[in-house]
Design a protein around this ligand. Structure first.
Ligand SMILES: Nc1ncnc2c1ncn2[C@@H]1O[C@H](COP(=O)(O)OP(=O)(O)OP(=O)(O)O)[C@@H](O)[C@H]1O
Ligand SMILES: [Mg+2]
Length: 1106
């Protein structure tokens, strides 16, 4: 159990025993001990600054299947070559909302950081993923998108965009990826995926920019490689009707698929991926008709490749005209037109009137070349169309969006034979390395110098020299420039002759240490290694042109889908020099770099641990090579000496001002630079942790930034929670007010009222229920109340004991949405236990009886013959009755039956058929209602109460007139209504209202609402107490007015005790003497306690004027 060595088992184990605390702790410890051995999480912390040390750290981690490591904000990812259980929804939740340092390195942490910056800062973000072919870039890009899709918002439109973003991957991979010797799912195009977010942080659209598809793969693949996946998917997965209609059989039947001898790939099921591709087409809105056209074109390309040629006279002939016919049919072209376009080339000599047109027959090789050119173009344009189609389906048309972009470009690659495509791919990788260097090493160091920050310069290899070798035009033309020049001057020559000319020119003109010209090829010393390029096909591929005859042939297609791919105007010369493939890739690289520079970058550097796609092997030599060329050590050096974060002063202050009272809420008066310094000092941030540049604030370690961010988030969270609570509390007050008014109607003109109960605050829990574990237990035992508890109170029931007379016993009364419970605490064997005395269905209650006087006694009669009726006294009877009535009404759609009479009866023991009697007598001698037993009945003597017509008052607090309020005192507006005189129950008020509803239970909306509101109001009470305290102590409050020696102000005496419920109220003890300051017509008076000089508000009906 403890000897396992993989993370997978450990994680499962954790979940398996999640309820067994001890085990969890044990396993967690084993896990972290293991983690400890697995090197350092952030290689800024490695002990020796050596490439070998970096490699060793990665090796240790690889051995324990830890694939992610940081170098500060750069994520290093080592391809595990096996599925690890670290990418599920649980991990998404784990990393969601966290800061990078809080959890072990993970791609989700990087995605979270990018998403968080986008949503909180509103800045565009980009994730630049680099690494050689097979290092894991595409997998990484998909994980980023999955994470962002998982953590961003919901809603129909948003979900649609998310689906397109995620489903576009299988579609693009089907058409743009292929098995190579380096990678079974190698991207043969570059992809820059921009996800567009609205200001709520929800994805509302997207855009893909694609770069240079390796179209030569359509016609030929090296041994052991395959064509693009879609061809094999079609052969393996298409249904019979498609197979029959488009002539689809097995892959080995097609020339374009059978040259390399490789048809299947380990772990790729072409048939099932075919279904994924079709599903993805559906998601992006490609309808069945369009889908068929796409598949027909793919089949057309396969059949085109099967057309072969034989020599005939000066030209050639089609070997098998039936194949020509079938291919023509699939492309919607007459076979004769296609035949002519393949077998002849029209050449025009001379200009104007002297121009002569020749129809030059082509040799079989030349005809094959034309056929392949057409196949490549068709596929390339189909691919571009698909990207455009995905873009159309994601187009949000919303201009006001923020971008999170992911760059997944084909990786650096070296084959035995490298051609024009590898040259372009490696050039783009060279450019990416350059931007990495620019932004992480060069720019950073330049910035320190510019800002006057203390700094020790660090040396690194700058590959700009290689970039110049390839792309420069002036003063010394680079390889692309020489290639373009050669193409422009050799159009009449055969391509092999032109290629040789190119090599000669390169050797003559280039004088750069990173270039070596040889007899048949040339070497470029790239940042990632030396690559030998064969010039074979360079000029032809660079020209990237179709003959006009071929274009016109395709324009004659009867299929609009095919025809749209050939919009060229062949009749008129455009006058412009045709653009070359080299020019295009250079241009798009420039645009890409410009786009990246506009975003806040995040880097993932993918590494490939071996060439055999093995999950076990860690090829030390290979990894050391990558460590070196990726410049990881330099990266560590710069980070060690440098500052993790910098920001211009204005923005820095704007971002963190909220953290200090010196900068918030009143804005800092003075220079932003000074404000930043005041802020950090006020927050006690160690001065070694920050330096002030000329225009920017620099923070040394990322932890300092995270600390500030965390503090900020907490602040935001607290503020938001306060607003929420206040709002809910306001709603709850309204709810109770309505209920109290309704309850009053029940008594109206029927029962005398007590001054205290008339205006009492309704609050739900009067017994601090959750703190009473025994009570909670007993309730759970008997029933799961459906709607949670709505009312709890201590009630009194009379008990007549033989020889011991009458006794009043305290019991707990609880109302749920369905039942009334009475629970008694009794002593059993010297231990207190809870007994459930009564459980009455609310719908069984037949009537609630009360006297017409101002006592608190009630009888509760029910129709269940097994449950006795109740006689009880309830201090909060108005609220009790209101809650019962509310629930009864909800269930029975009619009000609860009530009976007001000074003589009441109830069935006190149904089995024994006993009926209890109680009589109420008005007696001014008794201030409190007094219950006595007289024979078989009870008598209650009750004092005179308020008139039965009394109504609870809605007291509007006067606006505080004190000047003190202007500066931070308690600021209540007139519109906030006080619910009543707020006499607290004699029982402690619960800090939490109870809620033990099981998750599966159905809650009626009004009950749910009440519960939420109850929960919140209790919280709010806690919060507001704290708040009131702090505001009361706020320095802006003016000192109390000087006490007068003789005071003629009117005096008051407190007739009842009153507990203040807010900071501006005054607590009164019965008999306290006060000066009257002001009587507000709302009923709230302001006064000053004579004994202490303390001032405050209190209800006017609690005092007597002297
Ligand atoms: N996080 C991962 N977990 C498991 N396997 C992975 C992971 N990343 C990569 N792999 C494996 O490595 C293979 C190659 O990864 P990927 O296709 O992402 O490489 P790449 O860097 O995009 O290469 P190319 O430049 O050729 O497109 C994947 O097909 C998969 O088998
Ligand atoms: Mg890839």
């Amino acid at each position: 159990m403890f000897g396992f060595s993989d993370t997978h088992l450990q994680i499962n184990f954790y979940f398996l025993f999640v309820n067994h605390r001890n085990l969890v702790i044990y396993v967690t410890m084993a896990y972290s001990a293991k983690k400890k051995q697995a090197g350092v999480d952030d290689m800024v912390l490695i002990s020796k600054l050596k490439d070998e040390e970096v490699m060793e750290n990665l090796k240790k981690r690889h051995a324990t299947e830890v694939i992610y490591t940081y170098i500060s904000n750069v994520l290093i990812s080592v391809n595990p070559y096996k599925a690890l259980p670290i990418f599920g929804p649980d991990q998404v939740q784990e990393y969601r909302g966290k800061f990078r340092h809080e959890l072990p390195p993970h791609i989700y942490a990087l995605a979270e950081s990018a998403y968080k910056s986008l949503t909180s800062e509103g800045e565009n973000q980009c994730v630049i993923i680099s690494g050689e072919s097979g290092a894991g870039k595409t997998e990484a890009s998909k994980l980023i998108m999955q994470y962002v899709a998982a953590v961003s918002g919901k809603g129909e439109g948003v979900e649609r965009v998310k689906r397109i973003i995620l489903d576009s991957n299988p579609l693009l991979e089907a058409f743009g990826n292929a098995k190579t010797l380096r990678n079974n799912n190698s991207s043969r195009f570059g992809k820059y995926f921009e996800i567009q977010f609205d200001n709520k942080g929800d994805p509302v659209g997207g855009k893909i920019t694609n770069y240079l598809l390796e179209k030569s793969r359509v016609i030929m693949q090296t041994q052991g490689e395959r064509n693009f996946h879609i061809f094999y998917q079609l052969c393996a997965g298409a249904d019979q009707s498609i197979r029959d209609e488009y002539g689809i059989s097995q892959a080995s039947d097609y020339h374009y698929l059978n040259q390399s001898g490789c048809y299947t790939v380990d772990n790729i099921d072409d048939a099932s991926e075919y279904n994924d591709t079709i599903k993805a087409m559906d998601t992006i809105g490609i309808n069945a008709h369009q889908r068929k056209e796409i598949l027909k074109l793919v089949a057309g390309i396969l059949w085109l490749g099967n057309i072969s040629f034989v020599e005939s006279g000066t030209g050639s002939e089609i070997s098998d005209p039936r194949i020509l016919d079938f291919a023509s049919d699939l492309l919607g072209i007459q076979s004769q037109v296609l035949k002519d376009a393949l077998l002849f080339r029209i050449i025009t000599t001379g200009f104007g009137k002297t121009a002569e047109v020749f129809n030059v027959p082509q040799t079989p090789d030349q005809a094959t070349h034309i056929r392949d050119g057409l196949a490549k173009t068709l596929y390339d344009r189909l691919f571009t169309w698909l990207v455009g189609r995905i873009n159309d389906s994601m187009d949000s048309k919303n201009q006001d969006v923020k971008l999170l972009s992911v760059l997944d470009i084909y990786g650096f690659e070296i084959f035995d034979k490298n051609g024009f495509e590898q040259f372009c791919i490696n050039y783009v990788n060279e450019k990416l390395q350059q931007i990495f260097i620019e932004l992480t090493l060069k720019a950073e160091q330049e910035e320190y110098a510019q800002e006057g920050i203390q700094w020790e310069p660090i040396k690194y290899f700058n590959n700009q020299v290689v970039v110049d070798l390839i792309e420069s035009s002036k003063p010394k033309p680079g390889i692309f420039a020489i290639l373009d020049d050669t193409c422009a001057t050799t159009h009449a020559l055969e391509s092999n002759v032109a290629d040789n000319k190119l090599l000669t020119k390169l050797k003559e003109s280039i004088d750069n240490d990173n270039f070596v010209g040889r007899n048949d090829d040339f070497i470029v010393k790239h940042y990632a290694g030396n690559v030998t390029y064969s010039v074979d096909g360079f000029t032809d591929k660079n020209k990237d042109q179709l003959y006009n005859t071929l274009i016109e042939c395709m324009q004659s297609s009867t299929m609009p889908f095919v025809k749209q791919f050939f919009p060229e105007n062949t009749r008129e010369a455009s006058g412009k020099k045709p653009t070359t493939a080299g020019f295009k890739i250079k241009q798009s690289s420039l645009e890409l770099i410009a786009a990246l520079k506009k975003c806040q970058p995040h880097y993932i550097r993918c590494m490939k641990p071996n060439e055999s796609k093995s999950s076990k092997e860690f090829d030390v030599k290979r990894m050391l090579h990558q460590v070196k060329y990726l410049g990881l050590l330099e990266n560590i050096r710069v980070r060690r000496a440098g500052y993790a974060y910098r920001q211009i002063y204005d923005k820095f202050l704007e971002r963190f001002a909220i953290l200090s009272r010196k900068t918030w809420p009143s804005p800092f008066v003075g220079e932003s630079k000074q404000g930043c310094s005041v802020l950090l000092k006020d927050l006690n941030i160690d001065e070694k942790e920050w330096q002030m540049g000329k225009t920017k604030m620099f923070l040394r370690s990322p932890e300092t930034l995270f600390d500030l961010e965390e503090r900020k988030e907490k602040k935001f969270y607290n503020s938001a929670a306060l607003v929420q609570r206040s709002f809910r509390n306001f709603k709850l007050k309204n709810y109770f007010l309505t209920m109290r008014a309704e309850a009053s109607q029940l008594y109206q003109n029927k029962k005398e009222r007590r001054r205290l109960s008339l205006n009492r605050v309704f609050s739900g829990d009067h017994v601090n229920y959750l703190n009473n574990a025994q009570l909670v237990e007993v309730m759970k035992q008997y029933e799961k109340p459906e709607g949670g508890l709505l009312f709890t109170d201590v009630l009194m029931v009379p008990v007549k004991k033989l020889l011991r007379g009458l006794k009043l016993v305290n019991v707990f009364g609880m109302v749920t949405s369905s039942h009334l419970y009475v629970v008694e605490r009794v002593l059993v064997k010297k231990q207190f236990v809870m007994n459930l005395n009564h459980r009455i269905k609310i719908t069984d209650i037949t009537s609630v009886g009360m006297s017409c006087l101002c006592d608190n006694w009630l009888t509760i009669c029910n129709k269940n013959e097994n449950v006795d009726d109740l006689l009880l006294e309830c201090e909060n009877k108005t609220e009790f009755l209101a809650v019962l009535n509310d629930q009864y009404k909800a269930l029975e759609k009619k009000p609860l039956q009530t009976c007001f009479d000074n003589k009441l009866t109830w069935r006190s023991n149904k089995k024994k058929k006993k009926v209890g009697q109680i009589e109420f007598v008005k007696d001014p001698k008794h201030k409190l209602a007094l219950l006595t037993a007289a024979g078989n009945k009870y008598i209650v003597n009750v004092a005179e109460g308020l008139s039965p017509a009394s109504q609870p008052r809605t007291i509007v607090r006067p606006e505080r007139k004190r000047a003190a309020n202007a500066g931070g005192g308690l600021n209540r507006s007139q519109s906030i209504k006080k619910t009543g005189a707020g006499l607290q129950s004699s029982l402690p008020m619960s800090p939490n209202i109870h809620n033990y509803q099981s998750p599966n239970e159905v809650v009626q909306p009004h009950q749910q609402k009440l519960k939420e509101q109850q929960l919140d109001v209790i919280q709010e009470k806690k919060e507001s107490t704290v708040q009131v305290k702090s505001t009361a102590n706020a320095p802006s409050r003016p000192p109390p007015l000087p006490r007068k020696t003789t005071d003629n102000r009117p005096k008051l005496r407190a007739a009842y005790g009153y507990d203040a419920t807010a900071g501006d109220e005054l607590t009164l003890k019965e008999g306290d003497l006060l000066y009257l300051i002001e009587k507000d017509p709302s009923g709230w008076w302001e006064g000053e306690l004579i004994a202490t000089g303390k001032r405050g508000l209190f209800p006017g009906n609690y005092v007597q004027e002297l």
